[in-house]
Design a binder for this molecule. Sequence first.
Ligand SMILES: [Zn+2]
Length: 254
Amino acid sequence: MFSFDDYKEIVRIVKNVGTHATYKEALNRDKFILMRHDVEYSVDRAYALAKVESSMDFTSTYFFQWTNNSYNVLSRRNMDMIKDMHERGHQIGLHFALNGMTDMKQIRKQIVKEMDILSEMFGFKTDTFSFHRPSKDVLRENIKLPGIINAYQDDFFTFAENVTEDTPVKVKYMSDANHIWRYGYPNKDNITGYDKVQILTHPFAWCKKGYDNFNNYKLLAEEKFKEIIESIDNECKDFGEYKDWFMERTVIEK
Ligand SMILES: [Zn+2]
């Protein structure tokens, strides 16, 4: 579960269907599969997954946060990885966190602001965003902004309140949130059974070997531990004498 091999199988199915599209392309199509990644905790994990996709000659959309507490989207290292992903043909967008905001006017303004800064800092235009933990109010609002695409707008996402038993789901949505595929696993039946499909995965949940929830968090925490050691080591000359002590306490599995 959640190994790169499992992920490759999903990509294989999506590629075989052949309707895979970017959000912009999907706007004008009757059939599409959207492959989306919301990046939490670790840009490294997103980068690793993007490389898996590249190895299969496949591209998708990655959404990054400004206000994430565990990674800095503007650090030199993270920016280099994100720019490389962009150059490999992946779409880069904003993963917008509400951070307690409820006023729709303010939310709309803030999205535009964050998208503008993202484009400015990355040096290429970003025009797509997804919400981090969207509230029902925000989904109901169906926010559409000029020149900006919302991964949850009604073209790509069927909001639950609008669906009765008689209404077929316009867009089949599958998400791996907390290692639970609440709306079904992206297997062949689920991917081919609908004209419009949006698949959301969180790169932090996936790694080469594939782990259960607990062991995945363990490995993720170890990766972040190693990251802080290397960050300190790069900044402070006098850290060298302590570095080994710290490194011995990481048990990173490759
Ligand atoms: Zn999120």
